[in-house]
Unconditional design. Structure first.
Length: 87
């Protein structure tokens, strides 16, 4: 594995107090972090497109919800992809 996922909590904003998944790259992979994050966003965009199409005709209660994360930096400059936890 080239990433570590940590538990977090959103502070402020629309998701204040909600659980968050905070993903960062292991030190040996951090040089490529932006490239990997961009790939994650492209995949999320495609998944959202497919889910939106599905949700237009699926049975009630079978909708798919996909959230796109955001990049945040720690005080030490480490970048994290932060996403809401969906259970």
């Amino acid at each position: 594995a080239f990433r570590v996922c940590l538990e977090g909590t959103f502070i402020g904003g629309n998701r204040n107090g909600q659980e968050a998944a905070c993903k960062r790259f292991k030190p040996q992979y951090r040089a490529m972090a932006m490239e990997f994050f961009e790939s994650d966003f492209q995949i999320a965009d495609k998944a959202i497109q497919v889910a939106t199409s599905w949700n237009e005709f699926c049975p009630a209660g079978k909708e798919i919800m996909i959230n796109k994360g955001a990049i945040h930096s720690s005080n030490s400059g480490i970048q994290y992809l932060v996403e809401p936890v969906i259970r």
